[in-house]
Design a protein around this ligand. Structure first.
Ligand code: FAD
Length: 337
């Protein structure tokens, strides 16, 4: 195996020069993977005016930053970014390329994977290097791409031994950000960029950033909904309940994934940790990853139609029933209090 093929690359995501946390989480994990492979950790950075950010990756162990810096690249744009990363991968053939499981990462990674005919494991929650020689003698030091499957009911370990490059997107917040005590003496390698007519098919005219007004951490009352709410329409009833009792609305990861609620309102291991005075869990099973973010609430009320749902093990008051029967009654009762 050539030297390049022991390289672990991390795509560094940034907006207006502000890095995404997941990029540092991936560098921290990438450093361990590179150590296991006796290889090198490299960062791929695309944008404009990013010297300071490039240097910050050295604090996380990157020994080289491949930096494409151009005013036309200031904002993320699918076509030029995917072209650049694909060309770099073609040229250097790294062993592993990692992206955050963000809007940008989920847009970019499949295009690069398709270009390089590598395949992609999306939404990983862990990555390890290990021998899988019990499957085949030559399956040594493979990247194990670990992710929940079948709605989180199993944890799947995926290997792509025949892929030219092993690519994965990784969930935000599941890996630890571990800076080094001393940054490594890395180098910045400029990557030339010449705007191409095809890059102009999508032009970014203006960008608006809206700061989230949701502050779940400060909310004294949280009405939280899960997949058991059934659909987006049903979920809206939680806003009515929250309104009458002066609370905020939150949700589980399953509710977020189903599109019932925005991810900024997700409570749990990979969401926000809350400790309100009152947490009303509606149609939530009580998976450990959800409990991690809410079990310290002062009082917990759970509504679930399954009397054996684990949420009943952590709540102070439990109502066994259909959310769409119980919640309208609660709203009515509070309105007439
Ligand atoms: P389900 O588990 O599907 O539960 C739905 C519940 O609704 C069931 O108990 C059912 O009995 C009940 N129900 C159905 N219909 C009705 C009805 N009509 N009336 C009343 N009750 C009804 N999850 C999070 O929430 N937050 C996280 O931050 C998070 N991070 C994760 C990180 C990792 C690494 C992993 C692997 C998973 C993570 N998860 C997280 C996912 C977690 O494991 C669960 O899959 C998720 O919490 C389940 O959400 P849920 O309770 O809404 O859905």
């Amino acid at each position: 195996m050539s030297e390049n093929q022991q390289q672990v690359w991390v795509f560094i995501e940034q907006r207006e020069g502000k890095p995404a946390d997941v990029s540092f989480e991936l560098l921290s994990k990438g450093r361990k993977l590179a150590e296991s492979l006796h290889g090198e950790l490299k960062a791929v950075l695309i944008g404009h005016d990013l010297q300071a950010l490039a240097a910050e990756t050295f604090r996380y162990g990157a020994t080289e930053v491949l930096l494409a810096d151009h005013p036309e690249l200031k904002h993320y744009n699918t076509l030029p970014y995917s072209r650049l990363v694909s060309e770099l991968v073609d040229q250097h053939q790294p062993r592993i390329v990692l992206f955050g499981g963000t809007f940008i990462g989920r847009d970019l990674a499949p295009r690069v994977a398709s270009h390089t005919r590598s395949g992609l494991t999306a939404d990983c929650t862990d990555l390890q290097i290990s021998d899988v020689t019990y499957l085949r003698k030559d399956y040594s030091q493979l990247l194990l791409q670990i992710r929940p499957a079948f709605g989180g009911n199993i944890i799947a370990t995926i290997i792509c031994p025949d892929a030219p490059v092993q690519m994965a997107t990784v969930r935000e917040g599941v890996m630890e950000k571990i800076p080094l005590a001393q940054p490594v003496a890395g180098r910045i390698t400029p990557v030339p960029y010449t705007p191409d007519a095809a890059d102009q098919l999508v032009r970014i005219i203006e960008q608006h950033h809206e700061e989230s007004k949701v502050n779940l951490k400060a909310a004294p009352i949280i009405v939280s909904g899960g997949y058991g709410m059934g659909n987006f329409q049903n979920f809206q009833i939680l806003y009515e309940l929250a309104h009458v009792i002066g609370g905020e609305v939150a949700g589980t990861r399953a509710a977020v994934d189903a599109g019932f609620i925005d991810h900024v309102r997700q409570v749990g291991q990979t969401g926000v940790t809350v400790r309100p005075k009152l947490y009303i869990a509606c149609g939530i099973s009580g998976a450990i990853q959800h409990r991690a973010g809410m079990s310290d609430s002062n009082k917990i009320i759970a509504i679930n139609d399954d009397p054996d749902a684990p949420i009943f093990g952590v709540c102070h008051y439990g109502i066994v029933g259909d959310v769409m029967d119980v919640i309208p009654k609660l709203i009515d009762a509070y309105k007439h209090k």
